[in-house]
Design a protein around this ligand. Structure first.
Ligand code: NAI
Length: 250
C-alpha cells in the first residue's frame, strides 16, 4: 500500500469499533489522524496511546460544534464519516424523536462535516470522502426503518456528491458493512434478548444469519477497504457503495 505520509485524516467516531480500526490503519499507513467524537475521555485515551493521533470532542449533530472543530482541523485530506447510531424498533413503535436522532447523526451529521471540509479539498484539488453506510443502505429489513432510511439517504447523498466533484481530484464513496463485531452489535444482541427473551447466543446467531458466510465482519476488514480508497490508484473509484458483507448483497 502507498504511504499516506503528509496526509491529514479526520475520522468521526474514531475512538471505538470500526472508527478505531480505521484510525489505526490510516495511522499505520503514515497519515496524521484526528479523531472527532462525543466521548472526550475515550477520545483522549485513544489519542494518548497512538503517536500521531490527536483527539477532539465533537457532536456531529451540533452545527456550531462542527464549525469550530473543522476551522481548527482543516486542511483535511481524508474525511471518514463513521460516527453513527442504530436503533431497532417496529415501524409503528418508532417515535419521531428516535427517527430524528438517527437522521441527525447518520445523515445530517455527514452532510455538515462534509460541507466543512470541501473548501479545503477543492483548494488543493484533492480529497477522499469516505462514508460508513451499511448493507442497510442498500436493502430494508424489519425493525430498522429509521436506520435503513438514514443509510439509504447517505448513499444517495454520496452518489450525488461524487458526480458534482467528478472533474476534481475529490472522490466520495460509501463503505457498506454487514453486521460487524463492535459495541453496536453487542447493543443489538442486548436489545433482542430484552424484547424477545432469546438468549444472547440465539440473538447473535440471528444477526450472523444475515451474512452468507455465517460470521460477523471484523472492524479491520472495513478499515482495509477505507485504506484502499485512500490510495492515489483509487482515484477512479467514486460514487460507489462497496459492500463488505460476505455475500449479503449480490
Ligand atoms: P460504535 O458504537 O462503536 O461506534 C459509533 C461511534 O460513533 C462511537 O464512537 C460514538 O461515540 C460515535 N458517535 C455517535 N454519535 C455521535 C455524535 N452525535 N457525534 C459524534 N460521534 C458520535 O459502532 P460501530 O459499529 O463502530 O459503528 C461505526 C459506523 O459503522 C456507524 O456509522 C454504523 O452505522 C456503521 N455500521 C456498523 C455496523 C455494525 O454491525 N457494527 C454495520 C454497518 C454499518
Amino acid at each position: 500500500m502507498q504511504s499516506l505520509e503528509g496526509r491529514h485524516a479526520l475520522v468521526t467516531g474514531g475512538a471505538t469499533g470500526i472508527g478505531l480500526a480505521i484510525t489505526k490503519s490510516l495511522r499505520s499507513a503514515g497519515a496524521r489522524v484526528t479523531i472527532a467524537s462525543r466521548n472526550i475521555e475515550r477520545v483522549k485515551a485513544v489519542a494518548a496511546e497512538l503517536d500521531g493521533v490527536t483527539g477532539v470532542q465533537l457532536d456531529v449533530t451540533d452545527a456550531a460544534d462542527i464549525s469550530a472543530v473543522f476551522e481548527q482541523a482543516v486542511p483535511v485530506d481524508i474525511l471518514v464519516n463513521n460516527a453513527g447510531i442504530a436503533h431497532a424498533a417496529a415501524f409503528e413503535k418508532t417515535s419521531l424523536e428516535q427517527w430524528s436522532n438517527i437522521m441527525a447523526v447518520n445523515l445530517t451529521g455527514v452532510f455538515l462535516c462534509t460541507q466543512a471540509v470541501l473548501a479545503s479539498m477543492r483548494e488543493r484539488n484533492e480529497g477522499r470522502i469516505i462514508n460508513i453506510a451499511s448493507t442497510a443502505g442498500l436493502k430494508g429489513a424489519p425493525y430498522i426503518s429509521a436506520y435503513a432510511a438514514s443509510k439509504h439517504g447517505l448513499i444517495g447523498m454520496t452518489q450525488s456528491l461524487a458526480l458534482e466533484f467528478a472533474t476534481t481530484g475529490i472522490t466520495a464513496n460509501c463503505v457498506c458493512p454487514g453486521f460487524t463485531d463492535t459495541q453496536m452489535v453487542d447493543d443489538a444482541v442486548t436489545n433482542i434478548t430484552t424484547t424477545t427473551g432469546r438468549s444472547g447466543d440465539e440473538a447473535l446467531a440471528k444477526l450472523v444469519q444475515y451474512n452468507p458466510q455465517k460470521r460477523l465482519i471484523t472492524p479491520e476488514e472495513v478499515a482495509d477497504t477505507v485504506l484502499w480508497l485512500c490510495q492515489d490508484s483509487s482515484r477512479s473509484i467514486t460514487g460507489q457503495s462497496i459492500v463488505i458483507g460476505g455475500g449479503e448483497i449480490t
